[in-house]
Design a protein around this ligand. Structure first.
Ligand code: MN
Ligand code: MN
Length: 485
């Protein structure tokens, strides 16, 4: 059997909804290029629709009743939104999950150096990237610098039209003969992904002024000699101090992410697609968020409690306090159940086991340029709607969640009843490669979990491509799941 394109089902009203959703989506992914930015944006949107801080509810001893809405975050990098439903939580929740971290270059802790009159920032890449794709592109710097005094400085450079940008340089073809003979994984080495950030030296101090300072101040002498040794680096540091009040040592307690600079754009003559950074997995995170918030927007109290969980660290194995492997999600549900008068470990275990989840992550869309890695009748196509992956994994489904058939049957019914275009897929041909998602982690509770998401072209590249039809169908599908499971 073959699925048809979703595009031909749309009337004028559908097209208006699709365009509005995708315009807001482009704004979101253009502004939110780190997990912290995604979290902060989502909390702001949720609070605008009546969500309250779970921490504040706990502190004030508030109880939660059907219709109440709370948010909780782990380290400002993972987020859980809970919209309490009419039925007891013990009977199970409907959960949407996605990740908000994306492949990128992270600055090292001690990143800044000068060589050959150029100032550079050393990086360690994050997630699975083809390193050769990250050279000769305009790059932006997003993140935070935490200072010893407890303040945290937000940094975002390279997104405004007036901002400077950064780049990783590449070798000219004229001298690239040896480089071009290398394997793809070695054409650009990870240690060479250094970000160019300066060329202008600090002004030299007048000789007699330097003498004077050497006589009168113990601090001025090393600064003067550092400026003489690395004047370009020193000028960069002087600018950072002036503009952000940060010193070189403050890089030690910073999280600075180097990402492609610039906004997401419409792709194609027909504007049917989106080209943007970090669509893995912010395309699923955004559509999940908007579906969760649609209940509040329409002042609905869902039958079962609706939950949206947006996590960090998926691209490096879901580890850490803000990854799906942490107890943050479980702890949050425990707190919510306590405030809802359903406290206790056993009730929480029952609630988790009785829940249903869509673990949403992007799927590899069939790319005609690389048809050989796909098996055509079990692959995802751009424009054919929300993708369900019964299993993912690699080499004999290894590491896969493998949703049960009965759950898939329920999903099919809910999606068909809501008029959602959907397709089913695996990640490429058998033994072509593979990949994992967060699905297997919540499945440990015994809940039904299935991978779903939006197909993407050029996944993990600086500029990923999606179809607006699939974004729209994902949103519709997630909404139907929260209302109908
Ligand atoms: Mn992903
Ligand atoms: Mn990924």
């Amino acid at each position: 059997m073959e699925n048809e394109t979703a595009w031909k089902n749309y009337d004028e009203r559908d097209m208006a909804c699709l365009d509005e959703l995708c315009d807001r989506y482009k704004t979101f992914i253009s502004a939110c290029k780190t997990e912290r930015e995604c979290c902060a944006w989502s909390i702001m949107e949720a609070e605008g629709l009546g969500y309250q801080s779970l921490a504040a509810a706990i502190a004030s001893g508030r109880t939660l009743a059907p219709g109440d809405k709370v948010w909780a975050t782990s380290q400002g990098k993972a987020l859980v939104l809970v919209h309490v439903g009419q039925r007891p939580l013990e009977e199970g929740m409907n959960i949407l999950g996605a990740h908000i971290d994306s492949p990128r270059l992270d600055l090292k802790q001690n990143p800044l150096y000068e060589k050959d009159g150029l100032a550079l920032l050393d990086t360690h890449y994050y997630g699975g990237i083809k390193k050769y794709q990250w050279v000769a592109l305009p790059l932006a710097l997003h993140g935070v610098v935490a200072k010893k005094d407890g303040t945290v400085q937000d940094i975002c450079i390279g997104e405004d039209a007036d901002d400077p940008v950064f780049c990783v340089t590449d070798l000219l073809p004229h001298l690239g003969q040896k480089q071009m003979e290398k394997k793809g994984s070695e054409v650009v080495e990870g240690e060479d992904l250094d970000v160019l950030c300066g060329n202008r030296p600090a002004a030299e101090a007048a000789p007699d002024a330097a003498d004077t300072s050497a006589d009168t101040s113990a601090d001025a002498a090393p600064a003067a000699s550092a400026a003489a040794k690395d004047p370009v680096k020193q000028y960069v540091l002087a600018l950072l101090e002036e503009k952000y009040g940060i010193t070189e040592a403050d890089f030690l307690s910073a999280e600075l992410e180097v990402v492609p600079a610039g906004a997401a754009r419409d792709l194609g003559f027909d504007r049917s697609m989106v080209l943007g950074y970090g669509q893995d997995d912010r395309v699923c995170a955004y559509t999940s968020l908007v579906a969760q918030l649609a209940l509040a927007r329409h002042e609905e109290v869902p039958d079962k409690t609706a939950v949206c969980v947006l996590v960090d660290k998926e691209e490096i194995g879901s580890v850490g306090a803000s990854g799906m492997e942490s107890l943050f999600f479980e702890n949050t549900i425990a707190e919510v159940m306590e405030l809802a008068g359903e406290g206790g470990m056993l009730k929480m275990r029952r609630a988790l086991a009785a829940s249903a989840m869509l673990s949403s992550d992007v799927s590899a869309g069939v790319d005609p340029a690389y048809g050989g890695v796909f098996e055509s009748k079990n692959s995802a196509y751009l424009g054919r709607g929300l993708v369900f992956n019964k299993y993912t994994g690699a080499r004999g489904k290894s590491g896969s969640n493998d949703a049960r058939a009965e759950y898939l049957a329920r999903i099919r019914r809910v999606m068909e009843d809501a008029g959602v275009s959907f397709q089913t897929a695996e990640l490429g041909r058998v033994d072509a490669g593979g990949g994992g998602t967060i699905a297997f982690i919540p499945a440990r509770y015994g809940m039904d979990v299935i991978d779903s998401g939006v197909p993407v072209l050029s996944m993990h590249s600086p500029w990923e491509a999606t179809s607006k039809a699939d974004i729209f169908e994902a949103y519709k599908g997630y909404k139907a799941f929260l209302r109908g499971m």
